[in-house]
Design a protein around this ligand. Structure first.
Ligand SMILES: [Zn+2]
Length: 426
């Protein structure tokens, strides 16, 4: 492969000679992958930089083989619901990012008039919550707000990305605080997802909007998605490493590192998500990296109560998504090509970046990862580049190690030496 000016210039057969190369890199036995595209990351800066920030998030991304990060419109302050909010993010991110960055906007009650200016300013689409988001400055949309937001997005040609849990179903579910994971799981039932998805699909059908369901946790929504597609609704969906690799049965009491919304469900649900993934029903597997400080997680080792109901809901995994998925994918008979489709080319196509990101192709950005598919390592939360040392993967042994990451042809300065020899010819 010949890289010039940050782009892939030529791809040649093994052993053939490329003209014009001055600098050869031998990757040894590693596998070269296109850099991952993670379209679901909560960077939280400005405003909640103690939770995460552009410098820490993008450094973790680079170390994890993720070369493009699309940032969610919350939990930063201000949220990305106005052009001013977007400008604040861009200004703050300047000079801090180790990988390429993009931004989602937010559609909240009362900001329908902000969507077109944000769209023009370059956001990739608009996130809305159908149930409370967890932060006051990003309220969820009621049905009337959703109608107007989707109608406007259909008009301007924007992609609506939706957190689909239904607030009425959540309110009616048993609420039992405490350290038992099964009580938390009962408080966020499958029905909350299916009711919200059904309502969303109905609204999408009527408004003509293109919609994307974020972080599908319950396999019970899959038949609804299939039916909607058959009916011609423009709908895609994603799921996340934690729903595919963790299971409710193994969550220790009080270990709120595992808390996220919607929740990690049981093993049979996890198998059903894998079957759907294998069948091409998810366009992307993305992290939904949504960390907070250990005290807000109420973690017991930090003196917290371990109460699942009160702890911050969000999982930190940006640096670990690739090995977490590869570990489980390989066990289930999938290949690295499948993983690349789920975590690189799929998410790139979701956000319209196929011409520059998501594959090793002539003309694309030379965003590359030298990956050792057999490299094993034990996850130490404190050794990750995430700002806070909290992740449910702590202590797990994962297979698959990122050796070198390139962003537009440059080796990104991550920890760990490259395994390949670098030979400079001049
Ligand atoms: Zn999220």
């Amino acid at each position: 492969m010949l890289i010039q000016d940050g782009r892939i210039e030529q791809i040649a057969a093994h052993g053939s000679l490329l003209v014009g190369d001055q600098h050869l890199t031998d990757l040894g036995d590693t596998v070269l992958l296109p850099g991952l595209v993670d379209t679901h990351v909560h960077v939280n800066e400005p405003g909640r930089t103690e939770w995460e920030g552009f410098a820490t998030a993008t450094r973790a991304a680079a170390a994890g083989g993720v070369t493009t990060v699309i940032d969610m419109p919350l939990n930063s302050v201000p949220p990305t619901t106005t052009v001013e909010g977007l400008d604040a993010k861009r200004k703050t991110a300047e000079g801090q990012a180790w990988v390429d960055l993009g931004f989602w906007g937010g559609a909240i009650p009362g900001n329908t008039g902000d969507l077109e200016p944000l769209h023009t300013a370059g956001v990739f689409g608009f996130k809305s919550f159908l149930a409370p988001s967890g932060v006051d400055e990003f309220p969820h949309v009621e049905q009337a707000d959703l109608e107007s937001a989707l109608a406007e997005q259909a008009r301007i040609g924007a992609l609506a990305i939706i957190h689909a849990e239904d607030p009425a179903v959540l309110a009616a579910a048993p609420q039992q605080p405490g350290v038992h994971y099964r009580d938390f799981l009962a408080s966020r039932p499958d029905d909350a997802e299916t009711a919200a998805v059904a309502r969303l699909l109905d609204t999408a059908r009527r408004t003509g909007a293109r919609v994307h369901i974020l972080h599908v946790s319950s396999a019970a929504v899959l038949p609804l998605l299939r039916q909607a597609r058959e009916d011609g609704v423009r709908v895609t969906a994603e799921t996340c490493p934690h729903y595919l690799t963790l299971a409710a049965e193994e969550v220790p009491d009080g270990d709120t590192a595992f808390k996220c919304c919607p929740p990690i469900r049981d093993e049979s649900n996890r198998d059903a998500l894998w079957a759907a993934l294998a069948a091409g029903e998810f366009i992307a597997v993305v992290s939904d990296h949504s960390p907070s400080t250990p005290d807000l997680k109420l973690l017991k080792e930090y003196g917290g109560s371990g109460d699942f109901a009160a702890a911050w809901g969000g999982i930190a995994s940006l640096q670990l998504g690739l090995p977490a998925i590869w570990t489980e994918a390989r066990r289930r008979g999938h290949t690295l090509s499948d993983v690349v489709r789920w975590m690189s080319s799929g998410p790139a196509s979701l956000v319209g970046l196929t011409g520059t990101k998501g594959s090793i192709a002539v003309g694309n950005d030379a965003d590359l990862v030298a990956f050792d598919p057999d490299g094993e390592f034990a996850v130490q939360a404190a050794a990750l580049h995430h700002r806070n040392p909290v992740t449910p993967y702590a202590g797990r042994t994962l297979t698959g190690a990122v050796r070198t990451t390139w962003l537009r042809g440059r080796v990104v300065d991550v920890d760990g030496e490259p395994t390949g020899r670098q030979i400079t010819r001049s």
